[in-house]
Design a protein around this ligand. Structure first.
Ligand SMILES: [Fe+2]
Ligand SMILES: [Fe+2]
Length: 338
């Protein structure tokens, strides 16, 4: 089947069932396995345990936490509504489509999880203000619109993948800095747990989409590769310049701007690495503030694509369904005590 034709409704031949026993790209299968193994939901993390820490913050720091999460909500909304749908159109295998479906759903979980945090920490009036801000803030809207436009440009499938990796591995990190900073100081640890679960997902997404990018990029001629590289570095630099302004806006008041900029340059290099490219900035892990690095590495979370799930987060005990479960009365009785 020509998958692009299938996905755009133009396919007229027989329709093929997906066969997971014949997988042409083993990375699809490994990624599916990894992502389903690390599945999580925001509602399982006890954010209200952070209320004591939250009440001890002054207004400037509360403002910062609320607004970085407002910005992150917008980016995860873009990923769940447009990003994965855009990448699906250029999928090469049916298994890749299945992986992207999984990613798309998790992006919706990410976007929703900030609302779980807001409803616990913020007043309804504050929540309304945060969303009004993220729906109109100039630098946040700039980056969102830039990526949105590329997602809907069907002329350049590789630019869609570059956009996705830049968003996942670079643009999120001006926001992630704040919860990681608090985690490094052993504050807001449940909020940070949610963010670490998101980072763990983004790490797999960035690696996988970067890998898919590289398989196609390597088939281009030298000239085509060079042209795309030039575009990629200049796009990254444009995004960085915008990110500098966004970072000043968020962090000048609390005085963390320089630390955040180092952190985002380090992550910009990681985004390029996912795409198989050389770094752009001189910043390395040693340059990043140790408190934030400590936040990233605390507890048992891991960022290594192929290693086992190591997060403190636990799924509830799962028991198999029985016939009794399908009788609604008995189900209610059985679970009343839970
Ligand atoms: Fe996400
Ligand atoms: Fe993602």
């Amino acid at each position: 089947m020509d998958l692009n034709k299938v996905l755009t409704g133009k396919w007229e031949g027989n329709y093929d069932a997906i066969n997971w026993n014949e997988v042409s790209d083993e990375i699809d299968k490994a990624t599916w396995h990894k992502l389903t193994e690390q599945f999580w939901l925001d509602t399982r993390v006890p954010v209200s345990n952070d209320l004591k820490d939250w009440r001890e913050l002054d207004d400037d720091h509360k403002w910062l936490v609320g607004h970085v999460f407002g910005g992150l909500t917008l980016l995860d909304t873009l990923q769940s509504q447009d990003g994965m749908a855009a990448l699906r159109l250029n999928a090469k295998t049916q298994h890749e489509i299945a992986v992207l479906n999984n990613i798309q759903f998790m992006e919706s979980v990410h976007a929703k999880s900030y609302s779980t945090i807001f409803s616990t920490l913020n007043t309804p009036k504050e929540i309304t203000e945060i969303f009004a801000w993220s729906d109109s803030e100039e630098f946040l809207q700039n980056k969102t619109k830039r990526i949105y436009t590329l997602y809907h440009d069907d002329e350049s499938p590789l630019k869609k993948k570059i956009s996705s990796v830049f968003l996942e591995t670079f643009l999120f990190y001006s926001g992630f800095f704040t919860p990681l900073w608090y985690l490094g100081h052993n504050k807001l640890t449940n909020v940070a747990e949610i963010i670490k679960l998101i980072i763990r997902d983004e790490s797999v997404h960035g690696t996988y989409i970067g890998y898919k990018f590289q398989t196609e990029f390597n088939q281009l001629s030298d000239n085509e590769q060079q042209e795309l590289k030039d575009w990629m570095y200049s796009f990254l630099y444009d995004l960085y310049e915008n990110e500098e302004k966004y970072t000043h806006l968020l962090y000048d008041e609390v005085g963390w701007t320089d630390k955040v900029l180092t952190f985002i340059r380090y992550n910009a290099n990681k985004a390029l690495m996912n795409l198989g490219q050389d770094p752009m900035f001189p910043d390395t892990a040693e340059d990043v503030n140790p408190v934030v690095m400590n936040g990233i590495s605390t507890s048992t979370v891991n960022h290594d694509f192929f290693s086992e799930v190591g997060n403190g987060y636990r799924l509830g005990n799962v028991e198999a369904m029985s016939d009794e479960d399908y009788k609604i009365d008995s189900w209610e009785n059985k679970h009343k005590q839970d």
